[in-house]
Design a protein around this ligand. Structure first.
Ligand SMILES: [Zn+2]
Length: 256
């Protein structure tokens, strides 16, 4: 069962480089523009699946999460990015969310026919995040957007498919929970392709060489030991690792 993978460029964000590394050890004070990616997966039968759907509104990233400038051009809309591959939003019957941060779960309503697959613990954490209001970035909502959570628990609730732990969603498509890694209920999507197993890792890894190759965890994690084990497990299981916020993913992620 070999799936094809196509990265979707759903926006850009300016963020501190310190997010790439275990933050208390980093001396890098620079900032970089990073992509906000989703992924289109196409089954051998032609069925489209989307993993992560980008942000609701670039302005909210600044106003709500106190981050640097974010942008989403018309060409980077979910609709336009799917159209590049001949897919209409209503064609997508499955949307998988790696986690519920604002830049991954902001446009669920744009896919009107999709069941929305998310770990139950992630929705719980997003509804009542532990972020302190004094935190200079992320703030009290800690990168979860109340509007996204509200949408999932009310108007979209009938389409939300809460899963618990590791689940084979479709042949060749596995959701694996890495609890308390980047977020409390973050999952990784393992995809069987003609080039072997690819891992769509969300934000568990930000840079493959740094976080997987050198085993240096990225800057945001809930439990450092669980994060380290998650990175090692991903490195063992996947031939290709695809982080959300690395420009390299745009090319490496075109598989099949
Ligand atoms: Zn992210």
């Amino acid at each position: 069962m070999n799936w094809r993978i196509r990265p979707l460029l759903l926006g850009e964000a300016e963020v501190p480089n310190v997010l790439d590394v275990f933050w208390s050890l980093s001396t890098d004070r620079g900032r970089s523009s990073v992509p906000i990616l989703g992924f289109l997966l196409i089954s051998p039968g032609g069925e489209p699946v989307v993993v992560d759907c980008g942000m609701r509104d670039p302005k909210r990233a600044v106003d709500v999460h106190r981050l640097g400038p974010h942008a989403c051009s018309p060409e980077q809309s979910l609709h336009a990015q799917l159209a590049l591959h001949g897919v209409k939003p209503a064609d997508v019957k499955t949307l998988i969310l790696t986690h519920l941060h604002y830049d991954h779960a902001g446009q669920c309503a744009q896919l009107p026919s999709a069941r929305i697959v998310v770990q139950r613990t992630e929705l719980m954490a997003a509804a009542a995040p532990m972020g302190p209001s004094a935190l200079s970035i992320g703030g009290k909502s800690l990168f979860y957007d109340r509007a996204d959570v509200a949408e999932l628990v009310d108007p979209l609730w009938d389409r939300v498919d809460l899963i618990e732990g590791d689940v084979t969603l479709l042949p060749g498509l596995d959701c694996v929970l890495y609890a308390d890694s980047h977020t409390p209920g973050h999952q990784c999507i393992y995809v069987q392709t003609a080039s072997g197993t690819a891992a769509i890792v969300g934000d568990i890894a930000r840079k493959v060489d740094l976080n997987i190759g050198q085993a240096i965890p990225p800057g945001i994690y809930y439990d450092l030991e669980k994060m380290r084990r998650a990175l090692a497990d991903i490195g063992r299981r996947a031939g290709v690792v695809l982080p959300t916020h690395d420009w390299d993913t745009m090319e490496r992620g075109k598989i099949g």
